[in-house]
Design a protein around this ligand. Structure first.
Ligand SMILES: Nc1ncnc2c1ncn2[C@@H]1O[C@H](COP(=O)(O)OP(=O)(O)OP(=O)(O)O)[C@@H](O)[C@H]1O
Ligand SMILES: [Mg+2]
Length: 359
Protein backbone atom coordinates (compact mmCIF):
# COMPACT_ATOMS: atom_id res chain seq x y z
CA UNK A 1 0.00 0.00 0.00
CA UNK A 2 2.82 2.36 0.86
CA UNK A 3 4.30 1.96 -2.60
CA UNK A 4 1.41 3.75 -4.34
CA UNK A 5 0.79 7.36 -3.63
CA UNK A 6 -2.35 8.54 -1.86
CA UNK A 7 -3.34 10.41 -5.02
CA UNK A 8 -3.41 7.28 -7.15
CA UNK A 9 -5.15 5.45 -4.32
CA UNK A 10 -7.81 8.17 -4.21
CA UNK A 11 -8.57 7.81 -7.91
CA UNK A 12 -9.77 4.25 -7.58
CA UNK A 13 -13.58 4.41 -7.82
CA UNK A 14 -13.94 1.33 -5.60
CA UNK A 15 -13.80 1.97 -1.84
CA UNK A 16 -10.60 0.57 -0.27
CA UNK A 17 -10.03 0.52 3.48
CA UNK A 18 -6.92 -0.82 5.25
CA UNK A 19 -7.29 -1.92 8.89
CA UNK A 20 -4.93 -3.04 11.64
CA UNK A 21 -5.24 -6.00 13.99
CA UNK A 22 -7.58 -4.00 16.26
CA UNK A 23 -9.96 -3.17 13.37
CA UNK A 24 -8.71 0.45 13.31
CA UNK A 25 -8.82 2.25 9.95
CA UNK A 26 -5.24 2.95 8.86
CA UNK A 27 -5.99 4.20 5.36
CA UNK A 28 -9.07 4.83 3.24
CA UNK A 29 -9.22 6.15 -0.30
CA UNK A 30 -11.55 8.99 -1.29
CA UNK A 31 -14.45 6.77 -2.25
CA UNK A 32 -14.17 4.95 1.11
CA UNK A 33 -13.93 8.23 3.03
CA UNK A 34 -17.19 9.34 1.33
CA UNK A 35 -18.76 6.18 2.68
CA UNK A 36 -17.41 6.11 6.24
CA UNK A 37 -16.52 9.78 6.78
CA UNK A 38 -13.14 11.51 7.26
CA UNK A 39 -13.39 11.11 11.04
CA UNK A 40 -13.24 7.33 10.70
CA UNK A 41 -9.48 7.32 10.09
CA UNK A 42 -7.58 6.07 13.14
CA UNK A 43 -10.72 4.70 14.82
CA UNK A 44 -12.40 1.32 15.09
CA UNK A 45 -14.25 0.69 11.81
CA UNK A 46 -17.30 -0.43 13.83
CA UNK A 47 -17.83 3.22 14.79
CA UNK A 48 -18.41 4.27 11.18
CA UNK A 49 -19.62 1.13 9.38
CA UNK A 50 -21.87 -0.80 11.69
CA UNK A 51 -23.19 -3.44 9.32
CA UNK A 52 -22.98 -6.83 11.12
CA UNK A 53 -22.06 -8.80 7.97
CA UNK A 54 -19.01 -6.64 7.31
CA UNK A 55 -17.93 -6.60 10.96
CA UNK A 56 -18.34 -10.39 11.28
CA UNK A 57 -16.29 -10.93 8.13
CA UNK A 58 -13.63 -8.55 9.34
CA UNK A 59 -13.40 -10.23 12.74
CA UNK A 60 -13.07 -13.63 11.06
CA UNK A 61 -10.22 -12.40 8.84
CA UNK A 62 -8.51 -10.64 11.74
CA UNK A 63 -8.85 -13.90 13.63
CA UNK A 64 -6.92 -15.77 10.94
CA UNK A 65 -9.32 -16.56 8.08
CA UNK A 66 -7.77 -15.70 4.68
CA UNK A 67 -10.83 -13.89 3.27
CA UNK A 68 -14.53 -13.10 3.58
CA UNK A 69 -17.05 -11.55 1.21
CA UNK A 70 -20.73 -10.76 0.86
CA UNK A 71 -23.39 -8.27 -0.13
CA UNK A 72 -25.20 -5.75 2.01
CA UNK A 73 -27.94 -3.15 1.59
CA UNK A 74 -27.61 0.26 3.20
CA UNK A 75 -31.07 1.80 3.60
CA UNK A 76 -30.05 5.47 4.08
CA UNK A 77 -29.79 8.12 2.68
CA UNK A 78 -30.93 6.27 -0.48
CA UNK A 79 -31.03 2.47 -0.58
CA UNK A 80 -27.74 1.15 -1.92
CA UNK A 81 -26.48 -2.35 -2.64
CA UNK A 82 -22.83 -2.89 -1.83
CA UNK A 83 -20.63 -5.91 -2.36
CA UNK A 84 -17.60 -6.30 -0.12
CA UNK A 85 -14.47 -8.40 0.04
CA UNK A 86 -12.05 -8.64 2.95
CA UNK A 87 -8.59 -10.15 2.51
CA UNK A 88 -5.59 -10.63 4.78
CA UNK A 89 -2.45 -8.86 3.67
CA UNK A 90 0.81 -10.76 3.32
CA UNK A 91 2.84 -8.30 5.35
CA UNK A 92 6.38 -9.32 6.12
CA UNK A 93 7.74 -6.14 7.68
CA UNK A 94 7.34 -6.18 11.45
CA UNK A 95 6.64 -2.48 11.88
CA UNK A 96 3.72 -2.40 9.44
CA UNK A 97 0.40 -2.52 11.29
CA UNK A 98 -1.76 -3.18 8.23
CA UNK A 99 -3.47 -6.56 8.55
CA UNK A 100 -6.40 -6.62 6.14
CA UNK A 101 -8.09 -4.75 3.29
CA UNK A 102 -11.80 -4.18 2.91
CA UNK A 103 -12.86 -3.46 -0.66
CA UNK A 104 -16.42 -2.23 -1.26
CA UNK A 105 -18.20 -1.83 -4.62
CA UNK A 106 -21.47 -0.04 -5.19
CA UNK A 107 -23.57 -2.49 -7.23
CA UNK A 108 -26.85 -0.58 -6.93
CA UNK A 109 -27.29 0.10 -10.65
CA UNK A 110 -26.49 -3.48 -11.63
CA UNK A 111 -29.04 -4.76 -9.11
CA UNK A 112 -31.59 -2.22 -10.32
CA UNK A 113 -31.10 -3.30 -13.95
CA UNK A 114 -31.55 -6.95 -12.94
CA UNK A 115 -34.68 -6.06 -11.00
CA UNK A 116 -36.10 -4.19 -13.99
CA UNK A 117 -35.41 -7.14 -16.26
CA UNK A 118 -37.10 -9.51 -13.85
CA UNK A 119 -40.10 -7.18 -13.45
CA UNK A 120 -40.35 -6.85 -17.21
CA UNK A 121 -40.45 -10.61 -17.80
CA UNK A 122 -42.95 -10.99 -14.95
CA UNK A 123 -45.13 -8.25 -16.48
CA UNK A 124 -45.04 -9.74 -19.97
CA UNK A 125 -45.91 -13.17 -18.63
CA UNK A 126 -48.77 -11.73 -16.61
CA UNK A 127 -50.12 -9.72 -19.55
CA UNK A 128 -50.04 -12.75 -21.83
CA UNK A 129 -51.36 -15.07 -19.14
CA UNK A 130 -54.69 -13.27 -18.60
CA UNK A 131 -56.01 -13.49 -22.19
CA UNK A 132 -54.61 -17.01 -22.48
CA UNK A 133 -56.42 -18.12 -19.32
CA UNK A 134 -59.65 -16.69 -20.73
CA UNK A 135 -59.11 -18.55 -24.02
CA UNK A 136 -58.43 -21.86 -22.29
CA UNK A 137 -61.52 -21.41 -20.10
CA UNK A 138 -63.79 -20.76 -23.07
CA UNK A 139 -62.36 -23.63 -25.10
CA UNK A 140 -63.12 -25.96 -22.19
CA UNK A 141 -66.65 -24.61 -21.86
CA UNK A 142 -67.26 -24.99 -25.60
CA UNK A 143 -66.04 -28.58 -25.55
CA UNK A 144 -68.13 -29.44 -22.50
CA UNK A 145 -71.23 -27.76 -21.08
CA UNK A 146 -71.83 -25.33 -23.97
CA UNK A 147 -71.17 -27.71 -26.85
CA UNK A 148 -74.80 -27.67 -28.00
CA UNK A 149 -75.66 -24.10 -27.07
CA UNK A 150 -75.50 -22.17 -30.34
CA UNK A 151 -76.14 -18.82 -28.72
CA UNK A 152 -73.44 -19.26 -26.08
CA UNK A 153 -71.05 -20.49 -28.74
CA UNK A 154 -71.39 -17.32 -30.79
CA UNK A 155 -70.89 -15.18 -27.71
CA UNK A 156 -67.86 -17.14 -26.51
CA UNK A 157 -66.27 -17.12 -29.95
CA UNK A 158 -66.59 -13.36 -29.94
CA UNK A 159 -64.78 -13.09 -26.64
CA UNK A 160 -62.15 -15.59 -27.77
CA UNK A 161 -61.59 -13.57 -30.92
CA UNK A 162 -61.09 -10.43 -28.84
CA UNK A 163 -58.74 -12.10 -26.36
CA UNK A 164 -56.59 -13.61 -29.09
CA UNK A 165 -56.42 -10.23 -30.82
CA UNK A 166 -55.29 -8.77 -27.54
CA UNK A 167 -52.45 -11.26 -27.33
CA UNK A 168 -51.47 -10.62 -30.93
CA UNK A 169 -51.43 -6.87 -30.26
CA UNK A 170 -49.31 -7.26 -27.18
CA UNK A 171 -46.75 -9.26 -29.12
CA UNK A 172 -46.79 -6.77 -32.01
CA UNK A 173 -46.23 -3.90 -29.59
CA UNK A 174 -43.40 -5.67 -27.80
CA UNK A 175 -41.70 -6.41 -31.11
CA UNK A 176 -42.21 -2.84 -32.20
CA UNK A 177 -40.63 -1.60 -28.98
CA UNK A 178 -37.64 -3.88 -29.45
CA UNK A 179 -37.19 -2.75 -33.05
CA UNK A 180 -37.16 0.90 -31.96
CA UNK A 181 -34.71 0.19 -29.16
CA UNK A 182 -32.31 -1.61 -31.49
CA UNK A 183 -32.11 1.47 -33.73
CA UNK A 184 -32.28 4.06 -31.01
CA UNK A 185 -28.64 5.07 -31.33
CA UNK A 186 -29.03 5.84 -35.07
CA UNK A 187 -31.02 9.05 -35.59
CA UNK A 188 -33.20 9.06 -38.74
CA UNK A 189 -32.24 11.32 -41.66
CA UNK A 190 -35.34 11.61 -43.86
CA UNK A 191 -37.43 14.77 -43.91
CA UNK A 192 -41.03 14.35 -42.83
CA UNK A 193 -44.03 16.61 -43.37
CA UNK A 194 -45.55 16.18 -39.92
CA UNK A 195 -48.77 17.99 -40.83
CA UNK A 196 -49.40 15.47 -43.54
CA UNK A 197 -48.50 12.64 -41.18
CA UNK A 198 -50.96 13.91 -38.53
CA UNK A 199 -53.66 14.34 -41.21
CA UNK A 200 -53.23 10.71 -42.24
CA UNK A 201 -53.69 9.67 -38.63
CA UNK A 202 -56.77 11.88 -38.25
CA UNK A 203 -58.28 10.32 -41.36
CA UNK A 204 -57.64 6.82 -40.07
CA UNK A 205 -59.07 7.60 -36.64
CA UNK A 206 -61.99 9.62 -38.03
CA UNK A 207 -64.62 6.87 -37.68
CA UNK A 208 -63.60 6.22 -34.06
CA UNK A 209 -63.80 9.95 -33.28
CA UNK A 210 -67.16 10.37 -35.06
CA UNK A 211 -68.64 7.49 -33.13
CA UNK A 212 -67.80 9.28 -29.90
CA UNK A 213 -68.77 12.72 -31.17
CA UNK A 214 -65.23 14.05 -30.93
CA UNK A 215 -64.11 16.93 -33.15
CA UNK A 216 -60.50 17.67 -34.10
CA UNK A 217 -59.34 21.30 -34.09
CA UNK A 218 -56.04 21.80 -35.87
CA UNK A 219 -53.99 25.03 -35.81
CA UNK A 220 -50.57 25.79 -37.22
CA UNK A 221 -48.09 28.58 -37.87
CA UNK A 222 -47.47 29.42 -41.56
CA UNK A 223 -44.59 27.69 -43.37
CA UNK A 224 -44.00 25.07 -40.74
CA UNK A 225 -40.62 23.46 -41.52
CA UNK A 226 -40.34 19.73 -42.11
CA UNK A 227 -38.96 17.54 -39.36
CA UNK A 228 -35.98 15.23 -39.62
CA UNK A 229 -37.45 11.86 -38.90
CA UNK A 230 -38.70 8.46 -39.88
CA UNK A 231 -42.16 8.83 -41.32
CA UNK A 232 -43.47 5.40 -40.26
CA UNK A 233 -42.26 5.88 -36.72
CA UNK A 234 -43.67 9.41 -36.47
CA UNK A 235 -46.98 8.11 -37.77
CA UNK A 236 -46.89 5.63 -34.89
CA UNK A 237 -46.18 8.44 -32.39
CA UNK A 238 -49.11 10.60 -33.56
CA UNK A 239 -51.39 7.63 -33.80
CA UNK A 240 -50.68 6.60 -30.21
CA UNK A 241 -51.12 10.10 -28.81
CA UNK A 242 -54.31 10.89 -30.74
CA UNK A 243 -55.76 7.46 -30.00
CA UNK A 244 -55.10 8.06 -26.29
CA UNK A 245 -56.82 11.44 -26.51
CA UNK A 246 -59.86 9.72 -28.08
CA UNK A 247 -59.84 6.81 -25.63
CA UNK A 248 -59.22 8.74 -22.42
CA UNK A 249 -60.32 12.29 -23.31
CA UNK A 250 -64.04 11.62 -23.06
CA UNK A 251 -66.86 11.78 -25.59
CA UNK A 252 -68.56 14.90 -27.02
CA UNK A 253 -65.43 17.02 -26.67
CA UNK A 254 -62.77 18.42 -28.95
CA UNK A 255 -59.17 17.34 -29.35
CA UNK A 256 -56.90 20.26 -30.16
CA UNK A 257 -53.78 19.76 -32.23
CA UNK A 258 -51.33 22.61 -32.74
CA UNK A 259 -48.10 22.86 -34.70
CA UNK A 260 -45.42 25.39 -33.78
CA UNK A 261 -41.82 26.32 -34.40
CA UNK A 262 -39.50 26.29 -31.40
CA UNK A 263 -36.13 27.96 -31.08
CA UNK A 264 -34.83 25.15 -28.91
CA UNK A 265 -35.93 21.61 -28.29
CA UNK A 266 -36.00 21.31 -24.47
CA UNK A 267 -32.72 19.91 -23.18
CA UNK A 268 -30.84 20.75 -26.40
CA UNK A 269 -29.60 23.83 -28.23
CA UNK A 270 -31.17 22.79 -31.52
CA UNK A 271 -34.18 24.36 -33.25
CA UNK A 272 -37.24 22.35 -34.11
CA UNK A 273 -40.99 22.10 -34.26
CA UNK A 274 -43.55 21.05 -31.70
CA UNK A 275 -46.82 19.18 -32.10
CA UNK A 276 -49.19 19.45 -29.14
CA UNK A 277 -52.21 17.20 -28.70
CA UNK A 278 -54.63 18.36 -26.01
CA UNK A 279 -57.82 16.75 -24.80
CA UNK A 280 -60.48 17.97 -22.39
CA UNK A 281 -60.83 14.74 -20.47
CA UNK A 282 -60.50 13.87 -16.78
CA UNK A 283 -56.73 14.37 -16.79
CA UNK A 284 -53.94 12.44 -15.09
CA UNK A 285 -52.79 12.89 -11.45
CA UNK A 286 -49.57 14.90 -11.41
CA UNK A 287 -47.54 12.30 -9.51
CA UNK A 288 -48.33 9.66 -12.17
CA UNK A 289 -47.23 11.71 -15.18
CA UNK A 290 -43.55 10.65 -14.93
CA UNK A 291 -44.66 7.00 -14.96
CA UNK A 292 -46.79 7.18 -18.15
CA UNK A 293 -43.95 6.03 -20.41
CA UNK A 294 -43.17 2.96 -18.28
CA UNK A 295 -43.99 -0.30 -20.00
CA UNK A 296 -47.42 -1.66 -19.03
CA UNK A 297 -48.24 1.37 -16.91
CA UNK A 298 -51.92 2.33 -16.88
CA UNK A 299 -53.43 5.05 -14.77
CA UNK A 300 -56.68 3.20 -14.36
CA UNK A 301 -56.72 -0.46 -15.31
CA UNK A 302 -60.48 -0.72 -15.52
CA UNK A 303 -60.83 2.31 -17.75
CA UNK A 304 -58.00 1.24 -20.07
CA UNK A 305 -59.29 -2.29 -20.44
CA UNK A 306 -62.93 -1.46 -20.99
CA UNK A 307 -62.11 0.97 -23.73
CA UNK A 308 -64.28 1.23 -26.81
CA UNK A 309 -61.68 -0.37 -29.06
CA UNK A 310 -62.77 -3.72 -27.65
CA UNK A 311 -59.28 -5.16 -27.40
CA UNK A 312 -58.35 -3.00 -24.43
CA UNK A 313 -54.92 -1.54 -24.08
CA UNK A 314 -51.44 -2.90 -23.67
CA UNK A 315 -49.95 0.00 -21.71
CA UNK A 316 -47.08 0.01 -24.21
CA UNK A 317 -48.18 2.92 -26.41
CA UNK A 318 -46.37 5.72 -24.60
CA UNK A 319 -43.29 3.54 -23.97
CA UNK A 320 -43.00 3.12 -27.76
CA UNK A 321 -43.61 6.86 -28.26
CA UNK A 322 -40.84 7.74 -25.80
CA UNK A 323 -38.26 5.50 -27.49
CA UNK A 324 -39.14 6.73 -30.97
CA UNK A 325 -38.79 10.36 -29.88
CA UNK A 326 -35.54 9.60 -28.13
CA UNK A 327 -34.23 8.04 -31.36
CA UNK A 328 -35.19 11.29 -33.11
CA UNK A 329 -33.24 13.25 -30.45
CA UNK A 330 -36.50 15.05 -29.79
CA UNK A 331 -38.43 15.55 -26.57
CA UNK A 332 -41.79 14.49 -25.14
CA UNK A 333 -43.56 16.48 -22.46
CA UNK A 334 -46.90 15.87 -20.77
CA UNK A 335 -49.06 18.23 -18.76
CA UNK A 336 -52.38 17.66 -17.16
CA UNK A 337 -54.90 19.38 -14.90
CA UNK A 338 -57.37 17.06 -13.20
CA UNK A 339 -60.86 17.70 -14.46
CA UNK A 340 -59.63 19.85 -17.35
CA UNK A 341 -57.58 17.63 -19.62
CA UNK A 342 -54.19 16.39 -20.69
CA UNK A 343 -51.75 17.74 -23.18
CA UNK A 344 -48.82 15.94 -24.82
CA UNK A 345 -46.15 17.81 -26.79
CA UNK A 346 -43.71 16.22 -29.19
CA UNK A 347 -40.61 18.22 -30.11
CA UNK A 348 -38.70 17.22 -33.23
CA UNK A 349 -35.50 18.54 -34.78
CA UNK A 350 -35.59 20.33 -38.12
CA UNK A 351 -31.92 19.94 -38.95
CA UNK A 352 -29.83 16.80 -39.35
CA UNK A 353 -28.42 15.57 -36.04
CA UNK A 354 -24.64 16.13 -36.24
CA UNK A 355 -22.56 12.96 -36.22
CA UNK A 356 -20.55 14.40 -33.35
CA UNK A 357 -23.64 14.72 -31.15
CA UNK A 358 -21.87 12.94 -28.34
CA UNK A 359 -18.95 15.40 -28.22
N1 LIG B 1 -54.84 11.67 -22.85
C1 LIG B 1 -54.90 10.93 -21.74
N2 LIG B 1 -55.79 11.22 -20.73
C2 LIG B 1 -55.83 10.47 -19.60
N3 LIG B 1 -55.07 9.37 -19.39
C3 LIG B 1 -54.20 9.02 -20.35
C4 LIG B 1 -54.06 9.77 -21.57
N4 LIG B 1 -53.10 9.18 -22.32
C5 LIG B 1 -52.68 8.12 -21.61
N5 LIG B 1 -53.33 8.01 -20.44
C6 LIG B 1 -53.11 6.98 -19.40
O1 LIG B 1 -51.80 6.48 -19.56
C7 LIG B 1 -51.83 5.05 -19.69
C8 LIG B 1 -50.69 4.62 -20.59
O2 LIG B 1 -50.93 4.99 -21.93
P1 LIG B 1 -50.33 4.13 -23.12
O3 LIG B 1 -50.69 4.77 -24.40
O4 LIG B 1 -48.90 3.89 -22.83
O5 LIG B 1 -51.05 2.73 -22.94
P2 LIG B 1 -52.54 2.32 -23.27
O6 LIG B 1 -53.25 3.39 -24.02
O7 LIG B 1 -53.11 1.85 -21.97
O8 LIG B 1 -52.30 1.08 -24.21
P3 LIG B 1 -52.06 1.12 -25.80
O9 LIG B 1 -51.52 2.46 -26.13
O10 LIG B 1 -51.13 0.02 -26.03
O11 LIG B 1 -53.41 0.89 -26.36
C9 LIG B 1 -53.21 4.73 -20.20
O12 LIG B 1 -53.59 3.43 -19.82
C10 LIG B 1 -54.06 5.79 -19.52
O13 LIG B 1 -54.41 5.36 -18.22
MG1 LIG C 1 -52.27 4.23 -25.76
Amino acid sequence: MMSISQEVFDRIPTSVIVVDSKRRVLQANRSARELIGEAAIGRDLALSLRHPNILDGLDRVLGGAPEADGEITLPVPVPRNLSFRIERLNITSVDDDAVATLVIDDITSARKAEQMRTDFVANVSHELRSPLTALIGFIETLRGPASDDIEARARFLNIMHRESQRMARLIDDLLSLTRVEINEHVPPRQTVDVQRSVNNVLEALGPQANKNNIAFKVTSVPDLPKAIGDSDQLHQVFRNLIENAIKYGGNDKSIDISFNRVERIPGTSRPGISITISDHGPGIPKELIPRLTERFFRVDDARSNNSESGIGSTGLGLAIVKHIISRHRGHLSAQSVLGQGSSFSVFLPTDIVPRTEHL
